[in-house]
Design a protein around this ligand. Structure first.
Ligand code: C5P
Length: 408
């Protein structure tokens, strides 16, 4: 079906991009037509999907007139299923956008329910998802909603907003949907990143290394791998060809990550990194043990009158070896975990490790394993920039943006 929106000549920034726009039951649904208008004007094909709740606030006719595409809402429609089944709807999209995403719909996504067209096609969906929540501030702050957001973030869902401001029920706080122009900008930056990073080969190290003392005992550190995994996921979502090499962690890597290699010791990590070269980008987020025991014992060291003396040996410096490698990736990024004099130590490390960028964090403030991080971002030849405290996923997004700009 072709209906005219009468928008006149188009710029073609999003040409050949198909966006499945799910509009759910929130008052902010009245802003969905404006989002469609911006996307269509930029050349995108927008296929609207309206939930029952969404249809209380905006009509299918409005959406399909602006999109110049049929609007879908019924899971059991014989004609719709014959024309374009719910599985096919999720297959033809390059990106699924949910704007507005109500608290109820977010909960459905988190629990994998499929009781209407929108939730069912999301279950069948393999494409990136960008979600723009909109709800009352108390509903947004509710532990149930926040737990759902966390679990969806882990599965790779991206977010834009919500923002702070007056909501329809006249309460103030975070819960208002991001403006259509901001959602449009997030969609554009998703596609910019994916065209620039598509197929770029990235090696990421994450988590701790574990150095055996004997078959029973070991030395390690408190690294959880959360930051490295978040970066690997964000880069994979942006289309990069990611190899994630990680020490022992309690995390599941996103299925979008092309290759995941689990290692234990620094020597094993070094070997895996070496085998993964060449690459365009290397990001060393792992907390590699600086030393290992010189002589690992084959049998358990027995308790004796005097404690054993362990002789240590230095581990290879993986970051330095990558930065000075004959197959050096074009962009080498390190992390620094410091407990004092963050800027001074980080600047010295950037020089010593010969890497291009360094993300320094104060682990005395943000303990290993936390969900948030605060980064001091150092680039060779530039003044350090302090990033505000944010989630590890947001740090990953910010880093992906910086990498995208670097390769532009
Ligand atoms: O020297 P330090 O361990 O503080 O350096 C931190 C950075 O160096 C991190 O990016 C870490 O992954 C990397 N590193 C490494 N190999 C080591 C020690 C640290 O790659 N043996």
């Amino acid at each position: 079906m072709k209906l005219s929106s009468g928008l006149g000549p188009r710029a073609y920034g999003l040409t050949k991009k198909t966006i499945l726009l799910i509009v759910t039951g929130s008052i902010a649904a009245y802003k969905a037509p404006e989002l469609i208008r911006l996307l269509v004007k930029d050349g995108a094909r927008v296929i609207p999907v309206l939930t029952k709740g969404g249809a209380q606030f905006v009509t299918p006719l409005t959406l399909q007139t602006l999109a110049e595409e049929k609007s879908y809402s019924d899971l059991f429609s014989l004609t719709d299923e014959a024309e374009m089944g719910h599985i096919k709807l999720s297959r033809i999209a390059d990106l699924v956008v949910i704007a507005p995403a109500s608290a109820d719909f977010i909960a459905k996504m988190a629990y994998g329910l499929g009781d209407d067209l929108a939730s069912t096609l999301l279950l069948a969906n393999k494409k990136p998802v960008l979600c723009a929540p909109a709800m009352n501030p108390q509903m947004w702050a509710a532990s149930a909603t926040q737990d759902n957001i966390k679990s969806l973030t882990k599965r790779g869902v991206n977010w834009v907003g919500p923002v702070s401001g007056d909501v329809a029920c006249h309460e103030d706080g975070v819960g208002r949907m991001a403006e259509p122009t901001d959602i449009f900008a997030a969609i554009k930056s998703h596609f910019t990143a994916s065209s620039i990073l598509k197929n770029k080969k990235v090696i990421i190290t994450a988590g701790p290394t574990v150095e055996a003392i004997d078959p029973v005992r070991f030395m390690s550190n408190h690294s959880s791998g959360k930051q490295g995994f978040a970066i690997a996921q964000a880069l994979a979502l942006a289309g990069a060809d990611v190899t994630l090499i990680h020490g022992p962690v309690c995390l599941n890597p996103s299925p979008r990550i092309k290759k995941t290699i689990a290692v234990t010791s620094a020597l094993e990590m070094q070997k895996a990194v070496e085998a993964a070269l060449p690459a365009d980008i290397a990001i060393c987020a792992a907390a590699v043990a600086d030393w290992r025991v010189k002589q690992t014992q084959d049998n358990k060291i027995k308790k004796a009158a005097t404690p054993p003396t362990l002789t240590m040996q230095e581990n290879p410096d993986i970051l330095l070896s990558l930065a000075t490698h004959k197959k050096r990736p074009k962009l080498v990024i390190g992390f620094a975990a410091e407990t004092e004099k963050l800027e001074k130590h980080a600047a010295a490390k950037l020089t010593r490790k010969k890497c291009d960028w360094l993300l320094a964090n104060d682990v005395a403030k943000h303990a290993f394993g936390a969900d948030h991080n605060q980064i001091l971002f150092l680039q060779k030849g530039k003044k350090p920039v302090s990033w505000k405290e944010m989630s590890k996923q947001d740090v990953a997004e910010k880093l992906v943006q910086a990498i995208t700009t670097f390769f532009k």
